[in-house]
Design a protein around this ligand. Structure first.
Ligand code: HEC
Length: 123
């Protein structure tokens, strides 16, 4: 009996005659994975900057800092998951574990709250 027959994926990977086909399939899988992991965090636009009345570069920096400092212990929570008030408390609480200074924490806060959940608009 041939053990290889029991594992189609393994067989496909190791013994496929058509390397080009395998390569294309893998490139697609890796691409999809990369997209699913990074695509959800919005990239700030000039419109965001104008609405929030700050420089676009600050928002872009905030996004970078958020990705770099806030995803090591848990997944990166999406900005629209919390309101501005909630984010303020969260970033304050997470500053110490993330080992970031006030300026970095503020940049992250600004990025997160440029598209925060809008529940404080009752007035
Ligand atoms: C050293 C690990 C660590 C780092 C770094 C870290 N966190 Fe957390 N975070 C936690 C833990 C643990 C929890 C869950 C317990 C808690 O809420 O305190 C949490 C919970 C959260 C939650 C869930 C909401 C809530 O109220 O609990 C959010 C949102 C969050 N973190 C945001 C951030 C942000 C933003 C940063 C970057 C500034 C960050 N985290 C960096 C450990 C970390």
């Amino acid at each position: 009996m041939n053990l290889k027959n029991y594992n189609a994926v393994y067989y496909f990977l190791m013994y496929s005659k058509n390397k080009l086909y395998s390569f294309i399939v893998f490139t697609c899988l890796v691409g999809i994975l990369a997209y699913r992991c990074s695509g959800a965090l919005y990239v700030p636009t000039a419109l965001d900057a104008e609405r929030e009345n700050i420089i676009l570069d600050s928002l872009i920096l905030g996004r970078e800092l958020y990705i770099r400092n806030c995803g090591s212990c848990h997944t990166l929570y999406l900005p629209d998951r919390y309101s501005k008030t909630e984010w303020k408390a969260i970033v304050k609480r997470m500053q110490k574990p993330a080992k970031i200074n006030d300026v970095q924490a503020n940049a992250i806060y600004l990025y997160l709250t440029a598209r925060a959940k809008k529940i404080e608009s009752k007035n």
